[in-house]
Design a protein around this ligand. Sequence first.
Ligand code: CA
Ligand code: CA
Length: 418
Amino acid sequence: MQNRYLLLALIIVLPLMLTACGEQPLLSGVSFDRDLITPNADGHTDVLKITYNLNRSAEVSIFFEDDDGNRFAFRDRAYRGPSVQQPYEVLFSGVVDGYLLPGESYDDFDVKRRVLQDGEYVWTVEANEKTGHTEQVTGTLTIADADTALPELRNLTVSPSVFTPNRDGINDRARINVYLSKADTTLSVYLLDQGGTRYPVERDAQTLARAGQPGVYAFDYDAGVDDGVRPPPDGTYAVYAEARDRVGQLVVATTTLTIRDGGLPMGYIFQGEVDWSSTSVVIGETLVFTLTVENDGSAPIRTSGPAPGTVYESDQNYATLGEYIQSGVFRVGIHCENATSNYPWRWAVGDDTVLVERDGQRYLPPDTRAVVTGSIRFGDVMGARNPQYCWAGLIHEDVEISPLNDRVDPVSLFIQVP
Ligand SMILES: [Ca+2]
Ligand SMILES: [Ca+2]
């Protein structure tokens, strides 16, 4: 009889209990699998595992409070869907969002992630539902033997702060230097544009020996141009240096770098065509050529003298005219088989009607053509071959003569001895 009443009571009461409790708890099964860690990357008790169940989607926060009530965030209102099959598991290595200790201030860098200092903490796992319903579970954690030294970054510099990666030989590279205070720290440098695109910067090979050691690190940035890669668009970029130590602390320093006139220089002899005055000259006469140089790229092409129209004696060359080779300059050259040096006669890739001047240098602007003419007066047969082939070239001095711009439109030239 009594059992029947009990059963009846349960049948009545149980649904009431469920109704009173509402739905399942939002947060359940919360646990830390250690109550002490020693975050120093020695492989022993460096990390603990946090486990929790979320029965409905919510924003999850995981934070720590010290004895003085200072709060340190590991997760700050991160949206999570319900854990359906398995509970959430997350590893915690003692590193929380960046913070400063009383009395600390750093001008050269920001502390983005930092290990907790040694001591006792109360941890909290908290879930916030959209409805405003909040549940939390707390416990205690001890931090001991933490490797708290920050991987400090100091004196991040970029020079020049405005550079022109276009292989014209002037300000084509930017040097980025930074001092790192801590060993066994990964250092990376990158540019960030306003759209969030990252452009990594390679470390200068000569400082590789320093890897893993404190000291000054140098990064040499060519914006990819040396490898034939189009550089990032002109503009001002944020330069970030990031240092991440073995514990997972993250320190960031930042400055800016401006790219101007960036691009791959692409100059060609238009249609590979040279107009030669003759195939035969009498000693004392001149061979005249006319061709068109086209700047088909996005970068201005630097050039130097002598001006188009200049007449060379056959035993002269650009150096005897005082127009020496300059790294990064483009010049039109003429070469004949009997010549004793490579393209001894050279001319600017345009005259002042088409060239523009900037910072004392002359440039053929992008998407521009220039007619170039010049002559060589032959004082003797100059060598055994007669006739000999002569041809034009477009020379990117100290960089290359691309195959397209070498041996262009050869002419078989006979020199007549009267
Ligand atoms: Ca440890
Ligand atoms: Ca340049």
